[in-house]
Ligand binder design. Sequence first.
Ligand code: GDP
Ligand code: MG
Length: 302
Amino acid sequence: MTDFHCGFVAVIGRPNVGKSTLINTLLGQKVAAVSPRPQTTRRSQLGILTTDSAQVIFVDTPGLHIPRHKLGKVLNQTAEEALKEVDSILWLVDASTDPTDEDRMIASLLSSLAVRTPLVLALNKADLVQAQALEARLRLYQALVSREVLALCISATTGSGLDSLLSALIERLPVRPAEFPEEQITDLYEREIAADLIREACLLHLRDEVPHCIAVRIDQFSERENGNAYIAATLFVERESQKGIVIGQGGMMLKKIGSTARQEIEAMSGRKVFLALRVKVLEGWRNKEELLKRFGYRLKRT
Ligand code: GDP
Ligand code: MG
């Protein structure tokens, strides 16, 4: 019998490098919202991967970026906290481009914060790069941190290199029993994932009209006798004018958002879903710390 390993892994990296895609591929279901548009992932989510020999609890940290208003600050703080509390850090970068300022910023953070926490660097999107160029990129990124780091090339979309990555991560976790029993996981998730998929649907349909001004709260999530789910959620916007846009002419926009979100939730949960959405104005929610907390913009370990 081999020892069972269990622990938290912070997935860190600038927006769009493929953090959500990686977690989705590793977990085999739609856990984090994936989007071709940057900064979809707002909250530190847990993605839990349980195998015969290990349980890896991924914390999908929001991309680090320069704070513009309070929400930005909370995101940065969350990322920092996540780094300090985890058992190991997975730093994801984009193999298809040279390091950016944001990569350098993260690298300097990783060089100074939580230096005893094991660090693994993964060059994602390796499928887009020729082998020789890949080698050079690997060295470029590796040179950014002034500490020991294991560097691997992976592709979250093709799955190449993911086995090695997973073994490397598991090796770096402490020997201890699983933190979450299998049954707990689905419950915990479905609500959170539903909220994310609804937010994702908003971004998709609203484009830049109501940029990032929507918070989603799941008001009810219940299972019906036939196994179908009933979900009621409120979309919070900051101003009356935004409410109009989200609802749309004759309710068309909200219908589109609801329909997309429902299909995504059904695909994720493998059952029929009845989704009821409503829109409420909550002035200035983005700048109120208490409200941010209430919406769960914090690292949660329940
Ligand atoms: P995040 O912001 O770091 O969570 O990034 P996402 O997971 O949302 O991915 C951003 C974009 O990169 C999406 O369009 C993904 O499909 C794409 N992507 C992610 N991983 C890979 C990969 O390994 N190869 C390629 N070619 N594209 C990828
Ligand atoms: Mg993401």
